[in-house]
Ligand binder design. Sequence first.
Ligand code: BGC
Ligand code: BGC
Length: 640
Amino acid sequence: MKKRRDVRFLPSATRSAVFACLCVLALAACGSPKAAPEKRVPADAPYKDAKRPVEERVADLLSRMTLEEKIGQMTQLEKGSVKSGDVRTLSLGSVLSGGGGSPRPNTPAAWADMIDGFQDEALSTRLGIPVLYGVDSVHGHNNLRNATVFPHNIGLGAAGDAELTRAIGAATAEETLATGIPWTFAPCVAVARDPRWGRTYESFSQDPLAVSALGAAFIRGFQGADGTAGAAPGTGPSPIATAKHFLGDGAARWGTSLTGNYKIDQGDATGDDAYLRAALLPPYIEAVNAGVRTVMVSFSSWNGVKMHAQKGLIADLLKGRLGFTGFVVSDWGGMDQIDGDYYTAMVTGINAGVDMNMVPYDGRTFIQVVSRAVAAGDIPMGRIDDAVSRILRVKFEMGLFEAPKANRALASTIRSAEHLALAREAVAKSQVVLKNAAPSADSSAVLPLDPTAKVYVAGGAADNIGIQCGGWTMEWQGRSGPITEGTTVLEAIREAVGAENTSYEAQARFAERDRSAVCVVVVGELPYAEGMGDSAALSLSAGDIGTIELARKSFDRVVLLVLSGRPIVLGSEALACDAIVASWLPGTEAGGVADVLFGKVRPTGRLSFDWLKTVDQLPQDRFMSGAETPLWPVGFGLSW
Ligand code: BGC
Ligand code: BGC
C-alpha cells in the first residue's frame, strides 16, 4: 500500500515515473522491504541479544525493518522541531540540540528528563531502536549552564599537550553523559588557513600534524581508549565523538561563501589532490585510526562542488580507502545546499555517502522525498541499507540498546573540583607570552608580576565570563556578560593578589593611581560563531584602543591580555605595551591566566598559528610559502 502511495509523488510524464514503477514491482517481487512487517518482534530476536556479535545483530535488525523505519534511522531533527509522538511515529534515529538548544530550566536533570522522554518514545516502537542524542560539546558541555567550560581548540593548540587534550575529552564526556547525551559533534579538526574565518578558534592549529595529534587525543579521551569512557557496563552508553567538518572547512578562500552575508565560512576551498592529502586529510586519517565513530560533512565546497555532494571524497576516500566503519552525518541542513531542488539535493547527498541527515526542521518532507527516491530507483536500496547498517552498528557498539537512559550518577562530575583544576591547568598551558619587555634600561622584564604589589586592571574583557568563553557557550553565538558560573580574569587577579591590592576601572579612568604600579589591560573580541564571525579587519575596537592609550599615558608599565579567537591585528598602540599575552578564549576558569601572570606557572604556550601584522598579508599560505613574514611565527612564545 505504502509503496503505491510513494508512486503518486512521482513527477508525471517523465521517464523516471516509468522506471519507478518497474522498481516498485522489482522490490515487491524480491520481498524487500517486507510488505507486512511482523507486528510483534519476538523477545528472543537475535538483535536483542547483547552477547551476539554486532554485525549479526545489525543484519538481523535490518532484515526486520520497513523502508520507512530505515529512513527514520537516517533522520536527525533538532529537538525544537520534535513534537510529542514524533520520535515514535517517524521512527527517528536521532535528535540533537543545536547551539543554545537547552531545556528550561537549564539543569542537568531537565536535560536528562527531556532526553529520556525521547528515549521512552523510541523504545516503545515496534523494534525499540534507541534514539541517539547529539550536541556540540566543543569546549566542555557548553550548552549546559554551570558546566566546566574549557579553552576553545585554538588555546589547546597553543598548549600543544596531547595528554591534556585527552583528559579534557574524557571530562567533557562525563559532563555530557550526565545529562543523557552520549554523542558530541567534536572535535573540529579543521586546519584553519585564514584567521578572518569565524571558526578559527575551533581549529587547533594551522599545522595539519598538530591538528591530527590533538584531534585524535580528544577522540580517545571522549570515546575512551577502548570506547567505553564514563560507562560502567549497564550504567549508560559509551560516548562517541565526531571528526568535523569533512573536508577542507578551514581552507576556504575569502569572498567565496554563498551563504547569506558570510564571507569565507561555508565557502570554496581549491587545490589539487596532493594539497588535499598533505594539508587537509591527515586529521581524518588519525581520527579514523583513533576509532572515531562519526564524521560530519562540511558546508564548504571543494573545487566548486559542495562537500555534501562529493562521492569521491565521502564514499570512496573516507569510507573506502580510509576504511571508516562508523557513520557520516550531514551538517545542519547541509545537503539542502547541494541543489535548489530538494529531491535532487537529497538524492545526490545520500548517494555521495551521507548516512544521517541533520535535517534539522522538517523530517516528514525528508522522509517522503527519500522514500520517493528509493521507489524511483534514484537511491539504490543497497545505499539505504549501508547507511542504516552503519548507524545501527554504532548504536550497538555503544551499548545503547542495553543502556539507553541517562547516567545521572555522573552529575557529580559537573564542575567538579577535578574538572575545574583540569580547566585551569589548560588555561595556564595555553597562555602565549608574545612580548615581555623591560620598561627602561635599568629595570627588568615586566612579567611575571609581583603578587604582593598593587595591580590596576582595565579593559572591557577583564570581568566578563561571556567574552572569555566566546561563541558556542550557552548560546550558538555565545553572549557577553554573566552567562554562566566561572572566574573572570579580574576575579582571578583578585584571588592572586587580594581584593585590597586590586583596583579596577573598565576604561582605565582611575580616579587615584600610582604611576609606578602595573596596569593590566584586558581586551578582546565580542563572542561570535561560524560565518557571523567572519571579519575583514580583524582589528581591536576603538574602545579597546582608547583604553590601552589611556593606560599607557597613566602607568609606567602596561601588560596587555588579548582574549581572542584568533590572531588579530594589534596596531601600534597595542604593540607598544610592555608585555603582551595571547590568552585566547580560556572558558570559565581564568585562574590559569593569573597563574602565568603572577609566576605560579611558567609560560609554555606556543603559537599554533602565525600572528599577522596586517590583513593584507593573508591568507596564511603566504606565511607558509615565505612570501610574507608574520609578526610572530607559529611556534613562538616567550618564557622565563
Ligand atoms: C543553531 C546552531 C546551528 C546554526 C546553523 C543555529 O540556529 O542553533 O546549532 O549551527 O543555526 O545555522
Ligand atoms: C555547525 C556544526 C554543528 C551543527 C549543530 C552547524 O551549523 O556547522 O559544527 O555541529 O551546526 O549545531
